[in-house]
Design a protein around this ligand. Structure first.
Ligand SMILES: [Zn+2]
Length: 330
């Protein structure tokens, strides 16, 4: 794409010192954001897009529009491992010969996820325990194999932990853990300018899922996630730059909306446990059926997130009956 068109059509935007590149994505959210920012000794890329030729072209055009070459890229940082954020990291690693940094807890998930044989066993076991009918579970494995085509070549990751500090455009950004959407998800916060890179935790136009089931090791992702999000309200946010969609300013207001949304849905899930039920039965009762396997997984995942919170609060209990977990109100 020629550089004038990049700016005109908004594929590339500049917010202060931060370049925001919109990437195409063949999933329901349709696009995601990749950030290109000057650092101490070159430039860094924060999050990428899925690896498609179209996105490779967009990235190369963006560098041209900014006026830098691939050799100026020194590192890639990822807020979390999901395909739409990590997909092009391997391509970038090959093109620019750079390290790719991933939060350490996501590295654990990632390794299990790309090792599809063992992943499939774990996923099937988890899904069947929750009452997901076996014929649908098979579709999940096909879907995983399909979306894994968008992350080739696979990068070699270097793990990093929350607390990491990056110097970007002359200012300090700190990595803060916000587990839930993935176990290792981090956000980057710049206290001097009040700039927040929130990844998939807080986006303006929608509310993304708060659990990465069945890939998660968190026992109570709902409460863990909301607690971490609420902690962010203490920080002074001026500009919020999300992983998808437009930038916005009212972080606290958005976090309150997210918390209220999940509280309401948790209550609906509680009401749906009228009789002893599997999580699958509860999810089917509460949420509209969706033909898309990935969404079906997310619906069950979210239901399980709320059920785990209700379990933790003592409002429901569960028991392994045969090879299914049955939930009932206490
Ligand atoms: Zn994500």
């Amino acid at each position: 794409m020629d550089t004038a068109k990049m700016w005109e059509e908004g594929w590339l935007q500049k917010q202060g010192e931060i370049y925001i590149l919109r990437m195409f994505m063949p999933f329901p959210l349709k696009e995601n954001n990749c950030f290109i920012i000057e650092a101490d000794d070159g430039w860094i890329v924060l999050d990428t897009g899925v690896n498609l030729e179209q996105n490779n072209d967009l990235f190369i055009s963006a560098l041209k529009a900014i006026g830098i070459t691939m050799r100026r890229i020194k590192a890639v940082y990822l807020t979390h491992y999901h395909h739409d954020h990590s997909g092009m990291a391997g391509w970038l690693q090959e093109m620019a010969d750079v390290p790719v940094y991933l939060p350490v807890d996501d590295l654990v998930t990632w390794q299990r996820f790309i090792d599809t044989d063992s992943y499939f066993d774990i996923a099937v076991h988890e899904c069947l325990l929750m009452g997901w009918p076996e014929e649908f579970v098979r579709e999940l494995s096909d879907n995983i194999n399909y979306i894994n085509t968008y992350i080739q070549p696979l990068p070699e990751f270097v793990p990093y932990s929350a607390g990491l500090s990056l110097n970007l455009h002359g200012q300090e950004y700190k990595a803060i853990a916000v587990p839930g959407h993935t176990d290792g998800h981090v956000v980057f916060y710049n206290s001097a300018g009040g700039i927040f890179f929130t990844g998939d935790n807080v986006v303006d136009h929608t509310i993304l899922h708060l659990t990465d089931w069945p890939h998660t090791y968190l026992s109570n992702p709902c409460d863990t996630h909301l607690e971490a999000l609420t902690g962010l309200k203490k920080l002074d946010a001026g500009l919020v730059i999300p992983g998808h969609g437009k930038t916005f300013t009212d972080l606290k207001g958005k976090i309150d909306l997210i918390a209220a949304h999940h509280e309401k849905r948790k209550q609906i899930v509680y009401e749906a446990v009228k009789t002893p039920s599997t999580a699958w039965e509860v999810a089917a009762d509460v949420f509209k059926p969706n033909q898309y396997i990935h969404i079906r997984r997310l619906v069950l995942a979210e239901t399980l997130g709320y059920l785990a919170s209700l379990l933790n609060g003592g409002q429901v209990e569960r028991e392994l009956t045969g090879n299914r977990y049955i939930y009932r109100r206490t």
